[in-house]
Design a protein around this ligand. Structure first.
Ligand code: ADP
Length: 545
């Protein structure tokens, strides 16, 4: 028997229609050099219509790719709504990618239009000439008129000032009917090996993912919330926070390019967000700032979502106990839209036990299934002890990559499951505990040592700001851990003291004997520890032997 329900398509267009008509009074606030600029969702709706008309005028009439090269701000949000709603495909370019990768993905996706922030014109202009399919560039933001547009023009494409283009077009647009399974947006993984790989989200996957992020186990948003996505809109869709906020009528506070602790904290006290999301590094910096400024309290924030890499319990505790800020760890990847699980402790568990659960990647959100498998691909028990590679599947998990240019993509899938490349266990209650990325696993004398556990413990030391652990070749044990450590300014902690500190949680054979005190841990374009670079530094003799 078929249902009697209407078969409305789950599209970004439906989110756009909803938010601009049902929540016209909510707003998007964007940081400026000396304050904020505000736009109600009613105004956003009007501008989105104008943008769609403008893009249609530039020849975007089907599923062409419209890229963005932008920070988190109101114009980026307008592109998030206009481009998929008109049937085109939004491609969020990662502004921090290495130039070769940036050029590769723009060409691979065949981007035709790029919406660029005025503040990023120079960065784009330097490589625009190599982006062979780009025909138009729209320069957005308050400083667009004074930006160096000639640098863009000389690269070939036609250049427009975004606001001028919007002013020249009507707000009413004939929004097309769209199949929910069609492409809405695409994002490339930052590709630590080989070329970046493209993931194409459908309207349906974006819709379902946003609904899941909206549940109470994740962000639990309402129209009373104000959401501050610090995680970039060019990185895995800002964890779905923009669409989730729009769905629930929550306002958005956009930090634009001011992502350092000091301006961020100022922006938070001015715009009073209730929920925010960022990688651990950002919260680590915010923690340092708050510790140094007794008079600052971020009392508007009820929940901080954190992920992208393991979130040390020491960081979570420090924020909660010293500053009353609750962090919830979430896990996911570009391939999973990205949010797939969230670390909310079980009912009735508190105290130390609750912290243990908060240190996990949490339980899967409804819609995503997960399992762990051994090296031969056999499914392992969910007993909290068996350790294997995590595999997931579900309606917002990708089943393939977009036009892969090598066979390596094939290896990412196994019987319809996505192989995440993350290694860990799942316990009886479904809590995922990741101990490593498969390629970072340290195997010493045939036994695994978790680099993540070592890092978390090291970072719990009062004198340690950051720590990244890699495996290095060892004649006797095949591999041994090397800990690179950034110490707090003025601290004098020694290797022996760190080993002593670790020994409360680790067996003797697991303790690193190699330590390197460094100025900073190298990071990837999305702010994670770049272990590839650390390994290279070690190979080049920069980290001692
Ligand atoms: P990449 O880092 O390869 O560019 P993503 O940004 O999609 O790609 O990152 C996905 C990866 O980030 C996951 O596979 C996992 O290794 C790591 N990750 C994300 N969230 C967490 C978390 N909460 N704990 C540990 N690792 C995480």
């Amino acid at each position: 028997m078929r249902s009697t329900m209407q078969d409305d398509q789950l599209t970004i267009g439906a989110i756009r229609r909803h938010v601009t008509t049902v929540h016209p009074d909510s707003e998007v606030v964007t940081a400026t050099p000396d304050g904020t600029r505000r736009r109600s969702y009613a105004e956003v709706g009007e501008r989105v219509g104008r943008l769609a008309n403008a893009l249609r005028g530039l020849g975007i009439d089907a599923d062409q790719r419209v890229a963005t090269f932008a920070w988190n701000n109101a114009e980026h949000l307008e592109a998030y709504l206009a481009v998929p709603s008109m049937g085109a495909v939004l491609h969020t370019l990662n502004i921090r990618l290495f130039p070769e990768q940036l050029v590769y993905i723009a060409n691979h996706a065949e981007d035709e239009v790029i919406v660029v922030d005025a503040s990023l014109v120079d960065a784009l202009a330097a490589h625009l000439g190599e982006m062979t399919t780009v025909r138009h560039v729209l320069v957005a933001g308050p400083d667009a008129a004074s930006a160096d547009l000639d640098a863009l023009r000389s690269a070939g494409p036609e250049v427009h000032v975004y606001d001028d283009l919007l002013a020249a077009h009507e707000p009413d647009f004939a929004w097309p009917d769209i199949d929910e399974r069609d492409a809405a947006a695409m994002c490339y993984t930052s590709g630590t090996t080989g070329n970046p790989k493209g993931v194409v989200y459908s309207h349906r996957s974006a819709w379902l993912h946003s609904m899941a992020v909206n549940t109470g186990n994740a962000a639990g948003l309402s129209l009373h919330d104000r959401v501050l996505p610090i995680v970039p809109m060019f990185h895995a869709n800002s964890w779905g926070l923009p669409y989730s906020a729009l769905m629930s009528g929550a306002s958005l506070c956009m930090p634009d390019r001011w992502l350092q602790a000091e301006p961020l904290v100022r922006f938070i006290t001015e715009t009073r967000p209730t929920v925010s999301g960022a990688v651990p590094t950002v919260w680590n910096d915010v923690l340092g700032h708050l510790d140094a400024h007794d008079d600052v309290r971020l009392d508007s924030l009820r929940l901080i979502l954190c992920g992208g890499s393991a979130v040390p319990v020491s960081l979570q505790r420090a924020l909660q106990e010293r500053h009353g800020l609750e962090i919830r760890q979430a896990w996911g990847m570009t391939e999973t839209s990205p949010v797939a699980s969230a670390g909310i402790p079980p009912v009735g568990v508190d105290g130390e036990d609750a912290w243990r659960y908060r240190g996990t990647q949490g339980r899967l959100l409804c819609g995503v299934e997960g399992r762990i498998v051994d090296d031969a691909g056999a499914v392992m028990p969910h007993d909290g002890a068996a350790v294997g590679e995590l595999e997931v599947r579900g309606p917002w998990v990708t089943g393939a990559y977009y036009k892969p240019d090598d066979d390596s993509a094939e290896e990412k899938f196994h019987d319809g499951w996505l192989r995440t490349g993350d290694v860990g266990s799942i316990d009886e209650l479904g809590y995922i505990l990741l101990s490593d990325r498969a390629k970072d696993v340290i195997k010493s004398g045939g036994e695994w040592i978790s680099s993540v556990d070592l890092e978390n413990k090291l970072m719990a030391h009062d004198d340690v700001v950051e720590a990244a652990v890699i495996g290095v070749p060892d004649e006797r044990w095949d591999e041994r851990p090397l800990a690179t450590v950034v110490v707090r300014e003025g601290a004098t902690v020694t290797v022996e003291q760190l080993r002593e500190f670790l020994s409360s949680d680790f067996a003797k054979w697991q303790l690193p004997e190699r330590f390197a005190f460094v100025e900073a841990v190298p990071r990837t374009s999305v702010g994670k520890f770049d272990k590839k670079v650390i390994r290279q530094q070690y190979a080049d003799g920069e980290l001692g032997g």
